[in-house]
Design a protein around this ligand. Structure first.
Ligand SMILES: NC(=O)c1ccc[n+]([C@@H]2O[C@H](COP(=O)([O-])OP(=O)(O)OC[C@H]3O[C@@H](n4cnc5c(N)ncnc54)[C@H](OP(=O)(O)O)[C@@H]3O)[C@@H](O)[C@H]2O)c1
Length: 281
């Protein structure tokens, strides 16, 4: 492939789950990939799994210095060339009852899942504008359309990304920069076990103890019994390559059906149903 036709993409949160699977997939499809990875161990594994077309570099989306460094590295590598795609995928799940959640955890949830995505996108926009038909792909969630108890912080962050994606799509349309939002349903990735571990750090509270315990088991099950990240990878790939990408990509039956049912069902009835969604059945 000639230098001119090499497609370039930067991906955040690329060390595991959907991000890592997307890097591997795009590498196989001959993309030049800049993979921003949070953990050193994940970086070593990804580096071993991929070709020399993939540059694995540290990225903490909550750190302005880290974004500057990662952005500078990609800018330098691109030279006068443009960046065809940015996949804003980094994320974490902060779980726990809103009453006992340390306010710092709520802030961190928004720093990673919302503020970080905006900060990275701001840094990368000049590079994207140098490319023909550039794309920004935000990884949202069905959790940005339907909310259940004990995951309020996470849902709030993903609801916020619904608005950010809509606003940014409208703002960038005149410049020909496409913005897509991928909304995966539940997939088996490490995010669930990390969220379950986060519950251990919560202050003890007798009022919630049993329900939090049931929710922890539910989280651990979700990380095992769902399909792998490939489904989301295919949607991201479509958003990056389709002549006219969708504005939103629903990740399977849960994302297409659940929000519709949610709108039809009265709140109190949904609350009863959601107790089953959050309980360890
Ligand atoms: N899995 C699902 O069911 C599902 C469903 C809908 C949406 N999503 C979304 O998909 C995206 C990817 O999640 P995943 O399921 O693939 O989970 P994952 O394997 O935990 O991937 C998330 C990645 O983001 C990284 N990250 C966390 N904090 C970061 C920070 N401050 N700076 C940079 N990177 C950071 C994590 O690194 P560390 O772990 O080292 O911090 C991790 O590698 C997330 O936005 C998530 O909300 C997932």
């Amino acid at each position: 492939m000639s230098q001119q036709t090499v497609r370039t993409v930067a991906i955040t949160g690329a060390g595991s789950g959907i991000g890592a699977a997307t890097v591997v997939r795009l590498d196989k499809a001959d993309w030049r990939v800049f993979a921003g990875v949070h953990g050193t161990h994940d970086a070593e594994i990804l580096d071993r799994q991929t070709s020399e077309r993939v540059t694995v570099a540290p990225l903490d989306v909550t750190s302005p210095e880290s974004i500057k460094e990662f952005g500078g590295l990609v800018d330098l590598e691109l030279g006068s060339g443009g960046l065809h795609g940015l996949v804003d995928n980094a994320g974490k799940g902060v779980a726990g009852p809103l009453e006992t959640l340390p306010i710092e955890s709520l802030r961190e949830q928004f720093e990673v899942n919302v503020v970080g995505q905006v900060a990275v996108t701001q840094r990368f926009l000049p590079m994207l504008r140098r490319a023909e038909k550039p794309r920004i792909v935000f990884v949202g969630s069905v959790g940005g359309l339907v909310a259940v108890g004990f995951a309020g912080a996470y849902h709030a962050s993903k609801y916020a990304m619904e608005a950010i994606a809509d606003a940014w799509r409208q703002e960038l349309a005149p410049d020909g920069v496409e913005v897509a939002l991928v909304e995966p349903g539940p997939l088996a990735t490490p995010i669930w076990s990390k969220a379950a571990r986060g519950l251990d750090a919560l202050p003890e509270n007798e009022r919630y103890r049993e329900r939090v315990e049931a929710f922890r088991h539910r989280l651990l099950k979700m990380g095992k019994q769902n399909p792998g990240p490939e489904q989301a990878v295919e949607l991201i790939l479509h958003a990056l390559t389709a002549a006219r990408p969708h504005t939103r990509y629903s990740g399977g039956i849960t994302t297409t059906v659940l929000p519709k049912v949610r709108r039809l069902v009265p709140d109190r009835l949904f609350d009863r149903v959601s107790r089953h969604l959050t309980a360890d059945d």
